[in-house]
Design a protein around this ligand. Structure first.
Ligand code: F6P
Length: 375
């Protein structure tokens, strides 16, 4: 009689299309082995801390391939600083206790950058961890792509397509604000696919006067409307310099007080950054004498059924994850590499944000079709 391997699974961080396809990939592959059982926990790391167990059998896995969001629920809770009854507590040991109580052989964590940093903390407690890269931001290091990115790319591109109507009908500048946190992958990809005239990403701080010149040049050549795809993390040169300096102070802080002060400074800069897209629109109106309007795409980009690409990616990574568990390979993320997958150390993924290199081929392609990056 083979010993049953009990595999824990959570989804953590922001929800994204394809999460349920990944849960299905892990679950169906595990159950097909005959010596594996899935033990699911709700709402990310909180479900492990509070032992919020959820049944995940064949019945629960049926029909979820095409369903958006995550049937397990998720949260951004961190094991080491979790709000319990109004106070922040380190719940890492509680999570390790849950892992042991359920006699887990391994724990699968599906998430983005934050999830990987937290997975590393649990590895250091001796848990067998294996992760899958998930985020619409596509900013997880060492993997070609992340679950959710392809769907969000399609949603944002379709939104830009639709925004062309108002732009050319009213001779307006229409600005689409696109998610991506501190990386520009989504805005860059959707901006190119949607034919945006200007693409603004965090990796290339912009000068609003250069954006206005590009728009005025279009008017001078008889096209009196423009589409601007702006990543939510994009900022003007002066703000980017301030942000970089504050980040350096935080990274180099030697004392708790210095770290606290730098964190507060960054929070204040983040708060001031909110609303920057509206300010950009107003500034462009002043400089170009064209009307400008803003559409913040927001959570629509994370909603609904996953694209075929994300279903394929999620199934590939989820099933490979189970194969690695069978082989006793832990402490790794299942990375997408071309048409294949590759296990990469979580220690090399955690804390390693994948931003757009400024010489990336996508940027070159966009410039070659006349797109302005505001620099
Ligand atoms: O990480 C995915 C993401 O959608 C980012 O693009 C965005 O900045 C963030 O999540 C929003 O976080 P929340 O869902 O916690 O509001």
């Amino acid at each position: 009689m083979k010993k049953i391997k009990r595999i824990g699974i959570i989804t953590a961080g922001g929800d994204s299309p394809g999460l349920n396809a990944a849960i299905r990939g892990v679950g169906k592959a595990a159950l097909s082995h005959g010596d594996m059982e899935i033990v699911a926990f709700r709402d990310g790391y909180r479900g492990l801390a509070e032992d919020l167990r959820m049944r995940l059998d064949k019945k629960a896995l049926a029909g979820i391939l095409t369903v958006g969001g995550t049937i397990l629920g998720t949260s951004r809770d961190k094991p080491h600083r979790m709000e319990i009854n109004g106070e922040l507590r380190d719940m890492t040991d509680a999570i390790a206790a849950t892992y042991k109580r359920h006699k887990l052989h391994a724990l699968v964590c599906i998430g983005g950058g934050g999830t990987h940093k937290n997975a590393l903390r649990l590895m250091e407690k001796g848990l067998n961890i294996i992760t899958l890269p998930k985020t619409i931001d596509n900013d997880v290091a060492l993997t070609d792509s992340t679950i959710g990115f392809d769907t969000a790319l399609g949603i944002a591109t379709e939104a830009i397509d639709r925004l062309h109507s108002t732009a050319h009908s009213h001779h307006r500048i229409v600005i689409a604000e696109i998610m991506g946190h501190r990386a520009g992958w989504l805005a860059l990809g959707a901006g190119i696919a949607g034919g945006a005239d200007v693409i603004l990403i965090p990796e290339i701080p912009y000068d609003v006067r250069k954006i206005a010149s590009a728009i005025r040049r279009r008017s001078q050549h008889g096209t009196n409307f423009s589409i601007v795809a702006v990543a939510e993390g994009a900022m003007p040169v002066e703000d980017a310099a301030e942000f970089a300096a504050a980040k350096r102070r935080k990274d180099n802080a030697k004392t708790r007080d210095a770290k606290k002060r730098a964190k507060a400074e960054l929070a204040a800069l983040d708060a001031r950054h909110a609303g920057s897209t509206m300010r950009l629109a107003k500034h462009l109106e002043e400089l170009t004498h064209l009307e400008a309007r803003v559409s913040i795409l927001g959570y629509v980009q994370r909603g609904g059924t996953p694209s075929a690409g994300d279903r394929l990616l999620a199934t590939r990574l989820g099933t490979k994850c189970v194969e690695l568990i069978q082989e006793g390979v832990f402490g790794v993320m299942v990375a997408a590499r071309g048409e294949d997958t590759k296990p990469v150390p979580i220690a090399e993924v955690a804390g390693n944000l994948k931003t757009v290199p400024t010489d990336h081929s996508w940027i070159e392609s966009a410039r070659r079709v006349g797109t302005s990056f505001g620099n």
